[in-house]
Design a protein around this ligand. Structure first.
Ligand code: 13P
Length: 258
């Protein structure tokens, strides 16, 4: 029996797309089209400049708001950054951390992922911590090692009850880098084995808290493959990039979660 804590979560990462007006239009179209089941969480992550307007557009709907990234300090001289309390201030309840694009293009390290995750928790925001291997890593057979290193990096040396409390607050997202924006989705069985590996790792280290952790799959998710991915026993939701920019398509993905 799957833990009730693992209610499906469908998240749309809009990345660096859409103006304020375009984001509001997309949010409204999604709110009009999507039928969000009573046991499903739905979240969208627009660009920072659109967060405030999208928060207003989504007020009273079942769709929540996420930041795509944040700093770990609450404020200060960090030009170009945004702090967790600022995300909260504009209506976010969630934030992505450690997306592979942040890791690869902006040199985000495991240590930074840990600090950001801690900062988000401190402010009552739900971190969605992304992990995943590159194609070269997969081909050289080190996928699980990479997942382990990234997960332990996010945990940042916490142990015992501190680690269990941390794990209880985060959502994990397995996003194989080679599947992002490539149209090359992981086979459902490959996604399942990576998710099961992560859950087993957490169970070995921290016990049954692992059974309540939501692990999302991301990487070329579309309306056509969502149901098969969601049917895997350790896939608790989806983190959708390109396909979340189309309200009708994203609504179909949400529907696949029930
Ligand atoms: P795509 O769905 O466009 O492959 O992007 C996945 C992703 O990076 C979501 O965070």
């Amino acid at each position: 029996m799957t833990s009730p804590l693992r209610r499906p979560l469908i998240a749309g990462n809009w990345k660096m797309h859409r103006t304020v007006d375009g984001s509001v239009e997309l949010a409204r179209a999604l709110a009009d089209t999507a039928r969000v089941g009573p046991r499903t969480d739905v979240v969208v992550a627009p660009v920072f400049t659109a967060l405030h307007a999208v928060a207003k557009a989504l007020t009273g709907t079942a769709i929540g708001l996420a930041g795509q990234h944040c700093h770990w300090e609450d404020q200060g001289a960090f030009t170009g950054e945004i702090a967790p309390p600022m995300l909260k201030d504009v209506g976010c309840a969630w934030c992505l951390v450690g997306h592979s694009e942040r890791r690869q293009l902006f040199q985000e390290t495991d240590a930074m992922v840990h600090r950001k995750t801690v900062a988000l928790r401190r402010h009552g925001l739900r971190p969605i911590v992304c992990v995943g291997e590159t194609l070269a890593e997969r081909e050289s057979g080190v996928t699980f090692e990479v997942l382990r290193r990234q997960w332990e990096g996010a945990l940042g040396g916490l142990t015992g009850d501190d680690a269990r409390a941390f794990v209880g607050d985060v959502v994990l997202a397995y996003e194989p880098v080679w599947a992002i924006g490539t149209g090359r989705t992981a086979k459902a069985s490959d996604a399942q084995s990576a998710h099961a590996y992560l859950r087993d790792r957490i169970r070995n280290d921290l016990g049954e808290v692992a059974d309540g952790v939501r692990i999302l799959y991301g990487g070329s998710v579309k309306a056509d493959n969502a149901a098969e991915l969601l049917a895997q026993p350790d896939v608790d939701g989806l983190l959708v990039g390109g396909a979340s920019l189309d309200a009708a398509g994203f609504a179909r993905i949400i529907q696949a979660a029930g």
